[in-house]
Design a protein around this ligand. Structure first.
Ligand code: NAP
Length: 263
């Protein structure tokens, strides 16, 4: 890394992390972005990139020491709770300043009060299955239940049992690693998405319900507007709680200012 002796580790895997890496590289700050290595063809940030887990809290703490990291920005996805907890513990143990960069969620968006907010994927699956019992479904009056699941491939296991008889459409970036019911359809795709396309997708599938998690941001937001326009109920998984004691900013520009203050 180059610069004034500042070495920033950006825990990434999000658009915000890529934007932040770009801002830091532009200002000459030494930065390395870290990716978990889950996605087959990740969008890469500019600047130095490392890929793969650190080996838990101890592994991350060792990495910070060995690489003389002077500050960490945890810009991981709002649902990547393990790495956020690990970052807080490793930074506390090594005395490394830590900032959380997390985009705002959809809780305060217009219409959000009418969505079914649930605590996790298991509850989302239960609530979705209950909606299936409220026949006739708008999409399939004959009785087939047609949910659209946009919860990420890692969360899909929770839905397999409760929705085993449904004709679910599952949208994922990479193929699921678990066996899904034969009646389910997998669509591999990656945002950003637009309203017209999202509306067409829900109409084509004759969707009865849209299930998502509160990822926030604009890239995957249009599906919610499309569901609303079509009168399709929405189930949203709430975010895991924030890690106590870690300052939070909402935008890459704010995170870049914080890094500047650490120099
Ligand atoms: P997670 O459950 O919080 O983390 C699981 C383990 O993956 C961590 O303990 C760590 O392994 C490793 N890891 C996670 N993020 C890492 C990073 N940026 N750099 C190096 N190692 C990382 O994470 P997840 O939910 O599986 O998400 C994995 C990555 O995908 C994250 O970087 C996240 O930003 C991105 N992502 C997640 C979602 C989502 O919905 N969860 C959506 C879009 C993008 P060690 O313990 O070995 O260090």
């Amino acid at each position: 890394m180059t610069g004034s002796g500042t070495r920033v580790l950006v825990l990434g895997g999000t658009g915000e992390a890529r934007t932040l890496a770009g801002l830091l590289v532009e200002s000459g700050v030494g930065v390395v972005s870290s990716l978990a290595g889950r996605v087959a063809r990740p969008r890469l940030p500019v600047g130095e990139v490392r890929v793969g887990g650190f080996g838990g809290i101890d592994g991350l703490a060792s990495y910070l020491g060995e690489n003389e990291v002077t500050a960490v920005v945890d810009a991981t996805h709002p649902f990547a709770a393990v790495i956020s907890g690990n970052a807080a513990a490793a930074c506390a143990a090594s005395g490394t300043p830590l900032l959380r960069l997390e985009r705002p969620g959809w809780r305060d968006e217009p219409g959000a009060e009418s969505w079914h907010w649930v605590g996790d994927n298991a509850e989302a699956a239960r609530v979705t299955a209950e909606l299936a019992d409220q026949k006739p479904c708008p999409g399939e009056p004959e009785g087939l239940f047609r949910p659209v699941l946009t919860v990420g491939r890692q969360g899909l296991g929770a839905y397999v049992g409760p929705l085993a008889d449904a004709h679910a459409l599952v949208r994922v970036v990479d193929p699921p690693e678990i066996e899904l019911p034969a009646t389910w359809t997998v669509l591999e795709d990656r945002g950003p998405y637009e309203l017209a396309g999202e509306r067409a997708l829900l109409e084509r599938h004759r969707a009865d319900v849209l299930v998502t998690k509160d990822s926030g941001g604009t890239w995957t937001r249009p599906k919610l507007s499309a569901a609303e326009a079509l009168g399709i109920p929405v189930v949203v998984v709430r975010r895991p709680g924030a890690v106590a004691g870690v300052p939070v900013v909402r935008t890459p520009a704010e995170a870049a200012s914080w890094v500047e203050q650490q120099r």
